[in-house]
Design a protein around this ligand. Structure first.
Ligand SMILES: O=C[C@H](O)[C@@H](O)CC(=O)C(=O)O
Ligand SMILES: [Zn+2]
Length: 278
């Protein structure tokens, strides 16, 4: 488990490339037959990946040492989206088949959670966000079709993209977690521009569907103090409430966004006028 402390906007202004990467970039999410975990003290979100190949991978009771509980999800909820081959997930007595680009919500209190790939030659890659929770809502799989796709942007501004909202109140109840996926159309390179902040929630972006040489220049910082991170395939960026989160790629890509914090109103954003950006 990697721990990331919160960063104040005044501290962020002083950071060089290495410092920005150390605090905000999650460089490796998937290792065969392992679970990776990054714990941000911002809203106590845990960002991680599971890639079962040769054997099932489970949230062993020992993981509870990171949360100070008897088991990992004793007081947490978790959302995952599969970006790899078909997965089978056992959650206590229930079993879920989670295909590519499908999501699974696991409610608070799930004790036995085990992940496996249906075909070791096409391993599942389960990207997850996990947050403190106080109520046990039912576990549920959410398909792409249930995620109310919404297409935004235009080819003229290179930001034509479809937003899939998997874990939002319209689809299912969660304590605080919101999660979805945004896919750019070929030739479109910009996400989330015009950009926004949301002082009431933090957000994590996870970029994927990129080839080895591609990069996304992810924009962060206060609107008048922008910085960038060069992000590669299957890396994630932690965005504090005061930071914009937007990116431009060397080619089209897909990303998963996840938010935790004050409310669950997707449209609760502080839009930044283009003229205000520095
Ligand atoms: O707060 C909302 C999030 O930043 C994303 O949903 C934005 C996004 O997917 C996009 O504009 O492409
Ligand atoms: Zn946002």
């Amino acid at each position: 488990m990697q721990i990331r402390q919160p960063v104040h906007s005044e501290h962020a202004r002083t950071l060089d490339t290495e410092g920005l990467r150390r605090h905000f970039l999650v460089e490796e999410l998937f290792r065969p037959d392992e679970i990776t975990l990054t714990y941000s003290q911002i809203d106590r979100i845990i960002v991680g990946g599971v890639m079962p190949v040769a054997a099932p991978v489970s949230f062993a009771p020992e993981l509870g040492r990171h949360t100070g509980t008897d088991f990992f999800l004793e007081r947490r909820e978790l959302g995952l989206i599969n970006i790899g081959g078909a997965a089978r997930v056992q959650v206590d007595e229930q079993q879920f088949d989670v295909g590519q680009h499908e999501a699974l919500y696991i409610g608070k209190g799930a004790r036995r959670v085990e992940f496996r790939s249906v075909d070791a030659a096409r391993p599942a890659k389960l990207y997850f966000n996990c947050a403190p929770a106080h109520t046990a809502y039912p576990h549920r799989k959410v398909t792409l079709a249930e995620a109310s796709p919404e297409t935004l942007g235009a080819p003229e501004t290179s930001n034509r993209r479809t937003i899939y909202k998997f874990l939002v109140p319209d689809v299912l109840p969660t304590c605080q977690l919101l999660m979805g996926m945004t896919r750019l159309e070929p030739g479109s390179l910009w996400n989330t521009m015009p950009c926004h902040t949301h002082d009431r929630r933090m957000e994590v972006y996870f970029y994927f569907d990129m080839n080895e040489n591609a990069a996304v220049f992810h924009m962060l910082g206060e609107p008048t103090q922008t910085r960038h991170l060069v992000v590669r395939n299957e890396q994630a960026v932690i965005s504090p409430s005061w930071s914009i989160h937007s990116g431009v790629g060397t080619q089209a890509y897909t990303f998963i966004w996840g938010m935790v914090g004050e409310n669950q109103v997707f449209k609760d954003m502080d839009h930044v006028p283009m003229s205000a950006l520095r």
